[in-house]
Every structure is written in C-alpha cells, then in structure tokens.
Design a protein around this ligand. Structure first.
Ligand code: BG6
Length: 513
C-alpha cells in the first residue's frame, strides 16, 4: 500500500459542512432502489460512524407491511447489496430507527398519517425535525407527492430558522425538455430551488470526484488540457447485464435518455469544465453548466453523421443462450428502443475547439466498465517515431471509474537492453491498493451531502434542462431522419460496426477498456 505522504487537507469551502441530525423519508420505500441502494447506504454510513447519531428513516410505500416485515425485507437487500457484510451485533440498533408506513401517494390521508408518525418518532428519538424527503418514485407521482407534503404542512420554507425540509429527486426527470420543465415547475411550487437535490449517482462515485482533484490539484495536467495537446476524449460506460426486469421503464427510455442525458453528460462536464474560481456549490455548478451550453447541437439529419444507435441481438455467452432485446420479457417484438448509443460530440468553446468527444454506452456488452480516456496528440514523426508504417502510440490518460477505480498513464519507454527498442508502458494507480480500503458507494456520499446541505454534486434545474434541450434535439432528429430498423450487435460484443465506423473515419479507434 502506498504511504500517504504529507498532510491530508480539506478544502476550505467544505470544512464547516456536517451532516445534521434528521429524518429521512423514502417515498418508494418498498421499492427496488430503496432495498438495493438507499437502505444499504444508510447501513454502511452507520457502520462507518459517518451518520449523525440522531436520525430516523421512514419508508413510505404502497405495499402493506409492518415495521418488522419491512426490516426483514431490507435485511435481504443488505445481505445481497451492502458494501460491508451484515453484522448481527449492529442489526438491532439499525432497525430501531427504521420505520414503515403504507399508503398511496395521491391520498391526502397518507400525508396526514405521515405527519403524525413523524412527530411521534421525532419526539421519541428527540430529533430536531429536520426532514429529507427522498422521491424514489416514478415521475408521474412527483406532483401528487410534493402537493401532498405541502398540503399536510410538512414542508418548511427555505432560509428561515425552522428545521430544514429538503427533497431528493431521482431520475428520470422527464423524457424530453418539455416534460423535464413540467416536473421542475411542479417541484418549484412546493420547494425552493435551494431545497431540491436532483440526484445523479455518477457524481457521487469516488473516481468521478477525483477527476476534479486530479485536474485542479496537480500542476502537470491543466497546461495540457486543451485542443493544443489533446487529440480526443472517449467516455465509455458499458454494462454486462441486459435490460433485466426493468423493461417497462427501459422501453420508454433507451440508452440515450437512460445514461447519456444524465450520467455521461455529467462525466463530460467534469472533463471539459473550466477551473471554477471556488468550490462553492453554485460556482462549481455554473462551470459545469457552461459545458452543457457549449455542446454543439446535433439536430435534423446530422443525427445520421454524429450518432449511432443499436439493439443487442441473441448470442451464446459463456455457454448460455442470451435473448436479443426484442425477445426480452415485456419488450415489444417490434421495439425500436436503443440499447446502445455512440456519439461524436463537440464542445464549441476556446479550450476544446475541434476536439471530438466520443461517447458510448450499452447494455449486454462484454463487461461492466466505465472509463474516461484522454488521448494526447501524436508526436512529430521524427526521431523515435520516424517509422511511418507503425507510428508510436500517443500518450493516454485513462481514468477508470468502475469496477476497478484508478487511473493509468501511457508513456513510451525504452525496453532494457543494448538496442534502442521502445515500447508503451502504463503507469498505474489503483485506489484499492493505494489506500487499502473500498471506496464508499455513491449513494452513501450523496446522502451525507444532503444531510449537510451541500448541493455541489447535485443537478440544478438549469443544468437538467440544458442537457434535456441538447438530448431532445437528437431524439427529434432520430424520429424524423432515423432509420426504422436499428443496427444490431451480438449480445456480449462491443457494439455494432456502425459505431466503429463513427470513430474510424478519422483514423481513431475505440479502446477496449
Ligand atoms: C441507472 C440506469 O441510472 O444507472 C441503469 O437507469 C444503469 O439502466 C445504472 O444500469 C448504472 O449504474 P452503475 O452505478 O451500476 O453504473
């Protein structure tokens, strides 16, 4: 393990932010996200001693369940999905602050009951009444839930001395610009923008956060981080899994809405943004927003030049037959929903003029991997690079987001020996081995940030709408100018040949991360 040298510093802006004692109310408490991500996140924060000692969690869901049944269902989720194993000696303590309320989200009675329950729990556990409402529910329920909270008097105004009320909103926030604007307007009738935390869990991933530190806490990258030295950037988010049990949602979404509009565009923002002048949440969010506003629109027939979409077709993977997308359960046999998308994108500002950003994401690819690769320009074709038939590989900085976290830097070096033989080598940094501990899950970090009131890693309304505006241009282009039948790629492969052509026409290649 590498020794951590020198002092560990905490940025000035973050020094005073502390998670406050509070009650977390999860709408969608009996759902998939709560059991796979949210409750395990609270559990791990408890084991790590990161939670404020005074807290409570109330799940609100449609299923009828007692508190005890709720605990039993969550136990399964923790055994399967928690970063740290279930500890019997802490289980009782954990469940003593975990409650459940059954109810419909469009029934005023649910919110009256919630109010009574909250007041009772907060009295018993001596909590200050700070409340976080987590909307892990479909977008169609957001209006009734926020109205219900408001009418029951559960939302305190922002910036007063009363206990705080904050709301966390899960994706999808809309399916195009108009629907995103509608959801945002609905929320803004009840909550002030400063109370709204729109979550994009990619921003909570450890290596994603490290990207800013890497760029702005080291002197060597920033002078090179522009069109003069960078040839292109590739952002790859591959998933090994197919659509699984989420076909009903995915059919209406597809890869562009599901992964690009939010996660991948946010990664792009972090790579491309200017240095913010402080770490104040709104300063950082303004600089990310500028990238979204600089994206060159892809509209009309341009979609056929700059985008490729495809669907996975059946294949045998490791001896197992895997159905094609159109044969998955609850998928229409004539579905035209894309399970893969690749794009060539330009950020039209001074820094990035002419530098293509190649983005790709897909389900049923060879492995789960997320990587940002920054490829530097070729060196002149002289000296060690004089052989025109086999030019040297250019320098490349690969930031691995998952599953392994770390980065590697490809440099050209001499092979040991009396002859001058040169070869690319990778200088590798792995988080796990360097720091010897598994990174916290994204949801752990993000929940703590909401408890502390730090919105840096959350999406502001203008950013959500700016990214939807850009994505909606592509969606409309596909509708008008796209082909009816999508290209296919075999399940378990790296995508369709059309995606290779998108990048190869300029003598570049996708990396095999
Ligand atoms: C979600 C998408 O936002 O992110 C899923 O809706 C996708 O389709 C998931 O599988 C990927 O997240 P992660 O953290 O596993 O890369």
């Amino acid at each position: 393990m590498a020794e951590i040298q020198g002092k560990v510093s905490v940025s000035e802006a973050k020094r005073n932010l502390r998670a406050q004692p509070c009650t977390l109310v999860i709408f969608g408490g009996s759902g998939d996200l709560a059991s796979r991500k949210l409750i395990p996140a609270v559990y791990n924060l408890l084991l790590d001693g990161a939670l404020p000692p005074d807290y409570a969690v109330i799940g609100v869901g449609r299923h009828q369940m007692s508190d005890t049944e709720f605990h039993a269902s969550l136990r399964e989720g923790i055994v399967k999905h928690s970063r740290q194993p279930l500890r019997e000696d802490r289980w009782k303590e954990f469940t003593s602050r975990l409650f459940y309320l059954a109810g419909e989200f469009d029934d005023a009675g649910t919110f009256q009951e919630l109010k009574a329950r909250l007041e009772k729990i907060e009295r018993q556990l001596i909590l200050p009444g700070h409340r976080i409402f987590y909307l892990a529910i479909p977008p169609t329920s957001i209006a009734s839930t926020s109205q219900g909270l408001h009418q029951a008097g559960l939302v305190q105004p922002a910036n007063n001395s009363a206990p705080f009320s904050r709301v966390i909103v899960e994706k999808p926030i809309g399916r195009d610009l108009a629907s995103a604007q509608q959801i945002n307007s609905t929320l803004s009738k009840v909550f002030d923008e400063s109370q709204i935390f729109r979550i994009d869990h990619y921003l909570g991933k450890e290596t994603v956060q490290n990207l800013l530190v890497l760029r702005f806490a080291n002197g060597i990258f920033e002078p090179l981080w522009n069109h003069k030295y960078i040839d292109h950037v590739q952002i790859t988010v591959c998933e090994e899994e197919g659509v699984g049990t989420r076909a009903a949602y995915y059919e209406e979404a597809g890869a562009l809405r599901d992964m690009v509009q939010n996660h991948i565009l946010q990664l792009l923002c972090l790579v491309a943004m200017e240095p913010p002048w402080s770490l104040d949440p709104d300063v950082v969010r303004n600089t990310r927003l500028e990238v979204l506003r600089s994206l060159r629109p892809i509209t009309g027939a341009d979609v056929n030049t700059y985008t490729v979409r495809a669907q996975y077709s059946p294949a045998v993977i490791k001896g197992v037959e895997v159905p094609g997308y159109r044969r998955e359960q609850r998928v229409r046999p004539d579905s035209t929903t894309e399970t893969f998308v690749a794009l060539k994108v330009f950020v039209d500002n001074w820094r990035w003029a002419g530098v293509p950003f190649y983005l790709r994401t897909g389900k049923r690819m060879p492995k789960r991997t997320t990587e940002i690769a920054v490829q530097f320009r070729h060196i002149p074709q002289i000296l060690f690079n004089a052989d025109l038939a086999s030019p040297l590989e250019p320098n490349l900085l690969a930031l691995r987001i998952q599953p392994e976290e770390g980065f590697s830097f490809r440099i050209i070096s001499k092979l040991p020996g009396s002859k001058v033989q040169i070869h690319p080598v990778n200088m590798d940094f792995q988080y796990g081995t360097a720091y010897g501990a598994a990174s916290p899950e994204a949801y752990e970090r993000l929940l703590l940030d909401v408890m502390a009131g730090d919105a840096t890693l959350f999406m502001r309304r203008d950013a959500v709408e700016a990214s939807w505006e850009w994505v909606t241009g592509i969606l409309e282009g596909w509708q008008k100018h796209g082909t009816k039948w999508l290209p296919e790629y075999s399940a378990g492969s790296w995508g369709p040949v059309e995606a290779d052509r998108l990048i190869e026409e300029e003598q570049r290649r996708w990396r095999m991360p």
